[in-house]
Design a protein around this ligand. Structure first.
Ligand code: BMA
Length: 329
């Protein structure tokens, strides 16, 4: 079995065994979707959201597009990772960053580093152009805003859960000015000594034929294993009727995560069920967080479906590494 490094025991995380008739690397929770607009007052949709283990329970940061159709971040608590109590008001920060008003927030990732929880999300600069916002919390009560990591246009900030060669590491996807123009659509590596100043940017991977041909972007916080960093990412394909969002996986060098060891040619998850096919944006699966039990290697992937609801899918570290190696580009 591949060994999870620096992982946590999470025996109470959501889990279902692979159904007997399923031979795929990822399988869905039978009661999907787990969250919808019904879970927050005045919500239009509740989707791309992140959860973490916290003191034997779970905490989450949720993307809710409200009835004014402006996305903001909400926080919530759960004992089982499936049933959530989410606050009805978007959370506010304890501090302000001068010159950087908080005009919207979406697609949060939550990353624990040395007991502190960092929230990274797509934020609007003063003129509403998207880039990577950052904040931290120690208790999911008080949340402190940090400087934005990059200039617009950027999305899909994914922080690594420990320093690598004494630097914090973040992936991001410098991006489009609108929905039709993805720029080069690639994932980039950046590093920082202090989480304020980011540099030494390197290309990690670019779009590739098929489901990941239009653009790609990092997903959940990477899982550290003795075979490399296990990254789940999304890939986008253009069709005559719009875009479709899929998920794939990659294995990255432990000491230099800009180096891709393997990367899936086949997707690991695609829009298939009705709640993934039909919604505010049809045909989208968008993973943004995982829970991983270090003892068993079980992984629960939390993903937004059709920009409308949240679903869970399952796999294991061994299954995903094997699939990634055997189906690599
Ligand atoms: C991306 C982001 C995601 C969204 C996806 C599909 O650009 O905006 O929040 O899930 O598009 O619409």
């Amino acid at each position: 079995m591949a060994k999870v490094i620096n992982g946590k025991s999470i025996p109470n995380m959501p889990w279902q065994e692979r159904p007997a008739d399923c031979d795929e690397v990822v399988w869905r929770y039978s009661e999907n979707p787990i969250l919808s607009y019904k879970d927050i007052k005045k919500a239009n949709t509740l989707f791309n959201s992140s959860v973490v283990e916290y003191k034997g329970e779970f905490r989450g940061v949720f993307r809710c597009d409200r009835t004014d159709m402006i996305p903001f971040l909400y926080k919530g608590k759960s004992k089982d990772g499936i049933h959530w109590e989410i606050e009805d008001e978007a959370f506010k920060f304890e501090n302000e960053i001068e010159g950087v008003p908080y005009v919207y927030g979406y697609d949060p990732r939550v990353c624990e580093i040395d007991g502190r929880y960092y929230i990274i999300w797509c934020t609007g600069m003063a003129n509403w152009d998207p880039t990577i916002g950052m904040a931290y919390t120690d208790d999911f009560e008080k949340i402190y805003r940090m400087e934005n990591a990059f200039l617009p246009y950027n999305r899909n900030g994914v922080l690594f859960p420990r320093k690598i060669n004494d630097k914090y590491v973040m992936f991001s996807r410098p991006s489009d000015t609108g929905f039709g123009n993805p720029g080069d659509g690639s994932i980039y590596y950046s590093e920082s000594p202090d989480m304020t100043y980011w540099g030494k940017h390197r290309l990690v991977m670019s779009p590739a034929p098929g489901w990941q041909s239009f653009k790609i972007g990092g997903g959940p916080i990477p899982i550290e294993t003795d075979e490399g960093w296990l990254l789940i990412y999304h890939g986008v394909k253009q069709t005559c009727n719009g875009v479709c969002y899929y998920a794939g996986a990659a294995l990255l060098d432990l000491d230099n995560p800009a180096k891709v060891l393997y990367r899936t040619r086949d997707y690991i998850l695609s829009p298939r069920e009705l709640y993934e096919r039909v919604g505010d944006v049809d045909n989208v699966v968008f993973p943004v967080s995982t829970l991983c039990d270090a003892d068993t290697g079980r992984i629960a992937i939390y993903y937004g479906a059709a920009d409308t609801v949240v679903g869970i899918a399952f796999t294991t570290v061994d299954d995903l590494i094997k699939f990634t190696k055997e189906n690599s580009l």
